[in-house]
Design a binder for this molecule. Sequence first.
Ligand code: GLU
Length: 487
Amino acid sequence: MSDTVRVRIAPSPTGDPHVGTAYVGLINYAYARQNKGQFLLRIEDTDRERSTRESEQAIYDSLRWVGLEWDEGPDVGGPFGPYRQSERGDIYREHAMLLVRSGAAYPCFCATEELEKIRLRQRELKRQTGYDGTCRGIPKEQALARMAAGEPHVIRLRVPEGRTTVIDRLRGNVEIENEQIDDQVLLKTDGFPTYHLANVVDDHLMGITDVIRAEEWISSTPKHLMLYTAFGWQPPRFAHLPLLRNKDKSKISKRKNPVSLLYYQQIGVLPETMRNFLALLGHSMPDERELFELDEFVKEFSFDRVSLGGPVFDIEKLLWLNGMRIRAMAPEVLAGRIRDHLYALDRLTAMVPMAQERMRTLGDFAEVTSFYLVMTPKLAADDLREACKTRTTKEAATLLAGAIEKLDALRAFDKELVETTLRAYCEELQITTGDLFGLFRVAITGRKAAPPLIESMVILGRAVSSQRLRAAAEALKALPEPKKKEG
Ligand code: GLU
């Protein structure tokens, strides 16, 4: 392993860029800079169904917005590329074969339906579910011959007997009995790697010295250590950062907090606040100060001051910190920031056609477009109720919740996709689009009549749109039902 610290983040480009990625990114960045090492960005896009280039681009843009620069990555290159897993297929296949030849892994020819049956039986008997080892005992020569003959198979790790100890920088030693671990699939039938194989092979070949990642991956680490042993490689040091939490201490989720970095960017959180806020999550400065800059964090970061207590992603605190920074700015500096945020030319250009028909003076623009620019439009109880039409407020909230789910699942957020999705949703429920769009209009704009709805949602972006729909659903649930007329 190299003496120079080399760390990485390895996000999967599915959906909007997550605040957790920036949080883990910031810690990796600080550790790399403090140690005069390198910080890499690797794109883990082995999930071919869900990975998109738009999402990948959004990761680059929003991490740069937060102020993180990486030394190597798909977009900046570097000596250990390619840095996008979808371009490294041969490397994974070769490495899987190395393990098959050494006996540390084996091909498994069991059909999916067979495996499903086994799993069901295990469940019925209330046993631990997992692979039953049917193909484990096939002699190697025979297995290799069947592979060569083109018989469909996956490649599984032969989990050895014994126990595995994860040495975590933040948690000390975590021991696990190997028999609790299933013979992991390393390479799928289509020849694509699973997360475990690709992650370990890349970390090794890219010379990663320290894996600093979120706690949710700690259960994968024993499997990774077994892979390092199987390859005969020295494993990196591990540190699993605490999971970010909602205010009620549950794992952070978009149901309770916007988790997209794009949301915070769009509502006008300053990037310097965002990184300052992220740096306060689970880490404290030696003098406990709360307002500081990135270079100060780089200087002071220490694993010794990371607390595992489950840091709360508290938006009120984020806004408080943002307000402090805004008040500390020289007015002319702030003026520039406001102009750049509210009236960035691409945003203006998108908004103008929405407003033009409704303007008599230039000043009217501010009035017509105000709902784009505010953090959350005010929702009047009467408007919400009226938009429910014959539905109860609870029913309307459920209707919105279903639509949010559909929108969140979209691979992209453009006019055509949003429109066809919402229309299909209405058809599925056999309701008129007018019913749904009426609710949407109030939720998104805070008004009963407004510029074209879907276009407006696209301008606001998915993160802000779904947050507004969620807020409206919450507001609806909180509304008392009107009293039924007596008699
Ligand atoms: N692709 C994983 C993710 O999405 C990487 C986890 C790791 O850092 O090992 O976060």
